[in-house]
Design a protein. Structure first.
Length: 93
């Protein structure tokens, strides 16, 4: 099973409000059967403007890296992870 994670920076808060620091958060967005399907989804979701060297995605300013209908829309980056399935022992005794 192939797992697609969305990655973004989130502000840390305490009882006084914002602490002034941010942490990177990784959340599961989708699962795929094939690695190529996951790569195709990311490629089809990415905006053409991202290839511009002066482009900077900033979610707070409304500058997104991914297309409007994509599950990755509210994330700054993504990560594809291959989950290794455990193979049961063959002919256990």
């Amino acid at each position: 099973m192939i797992l697609l994670y969305g990655i973004r920076e989130e502000a840390e808060y305490d009882y006084d409000g914002w602490t002034g620091s941010r942490k990177s958060v990784r959340k599961l967005v989708a699962t795929f059967d094939e690695l190529q399907d996951a790569k195709d989804y990311v490629a089809n979701s990415t905006l053409a403007a991202v290839n511009n060297p002066y482009f900077y995605a900033d979610l707070n300013l409304g500058k997104f890296k991914y297309r409007k209908g994509s599950l990755l829309r509210n994330y700054e980056n993504c990560e594809i992870d291959c989950e290794k399935e455990e193979i049961p022992p063959h002919n256990p005794k």
